[in-house]
Design a protein around this ligand. Structure first.
Ligand code: PLP
Length: 279
């Protein structure tokens, strides 16, 4: 095997912080984030918000990290190492969301400062909850207003906005509703709209709608796809890309990860981040 460096010798790579849950099966959550970051030549810093008991078949339980410890991890990393962007994933509870939002305000993450990608994770693809229902209000009114980009899937769009996305018109209404909650940019992902040949994601900044399209990959091995997209956006933002350019990169990255996804266990296998960038 020939090894090629993703980061030149001795050069400190760009850092991105993921604030999220772990996946013991290694397919989603912090594990998916960290792999995408590594393959993008980015040093992943992690603030663990929850530990899930999970395999390819489902999530059988989770343990929440005390909110103050989640915030302390963020404070510790940002104060010493510094990050070019951050991303949130599974945050589980109102208390953790409030603690993360407060520390992000304190250290200058979110909105016009260090970019923050908010992936408002609510449930696993098996339907197992990863967020207490009562925490949806905190997602809407505490977390999303900090977002440089918010990246819900269609189930999360419905939970957050009440809008059932079935076509282009409802996707646009949902993007407007997410932007109204305070996100600078909102993505409504079309990946789960089964009616179309392609997967089109809609990006909205309160002014213009932009569309990002890739061929639909039909696979049951799409565990971690949402995390991968959000992590890739964060990597591109940390490298100085504009939001539309970051989304274009992340869409292509995630399409390739889906195309290379693999069987694992008896359930849903993961998307494969085993691509490397060429310069
Ligand atoms: N587990 C954790 C810890 C996650 O953060 C996520 C992320 O979205 C999931 C599971 C769900 O991933 P998927 O919807 O791809 O099953």
């Amino acid at each position: 095997m020939k090894l090629l460096p993703l980061v030149p010798d001795g050069q400190t790579p760009v850092r991105v912080l993921t604030i999220a849950g772990t996946d013991s099966g290694g397919g989603a959550g912090i594990q998916a984030d960290s792999r995408t970051m590594a393959m993008c030549g980015v040093h992943a810093c992690v603030a663990v918000a929850a530990v899930t008991v999970q395999n390819s078949v489902g999530v059988s339980g989770f343990h929440e990290i005390p909110p103050g410890i989640v915030a302390d991890q963020v404070r510790s990393v940002v104060g010493d190492i510094g990050v070019g962007a951050a991303k949130t994933g599974m945050l589980a509870s109102t208390a953790i969301i409030e603690s993360v939002a407060a520390v992000c305000e304190e250290v200058g993450i979110g909105q016009g400062r260090t970019p923050l990608v908010v992936d408002p994770v609510a449930a696993s693809m098996h339907g197992d909850p990863l967020l207490h229902e009562e925490a949806l209000d905190a997602v809407r009114h505490t977390l999303i207003p900090l977002a440089t980009v918010v990246t819900p899937n269609l189930d999360e769009v419905r939970l957050i906005t009440g809008i059932e996305v079935t076509d282009d018109g409802s996707a646009r209404r949902a993007a407007e509703a997410l932007h109204k909650l305070g996100a600078q940019w909102a993505i409504v992902k079309g990946g789960h709209l089964r009616s179309s040949e392609v997967s089109t994601d809609l990006l909205f900044d309160g002014d213009q709608f932009l569309e990002f399209t890739a061929p639909r990959i039909s696979t049951g091995n799409d565990h971690g796809g949402g995390d991968t997209l959000a992590a890739a956006i964060a990597c591109a933002l940390a490298n100085g890309y504009s939001v539309p350019d970051a989304v274009a990169f992340a869409k292509d990255w995630t399409y390739r990860c889906l195309a290379a996804s693999y069987d694992l266990g008896a359930g849903h296998g993961p998307v494969s981040p085993f691509w490397r960038l060429s310069s």
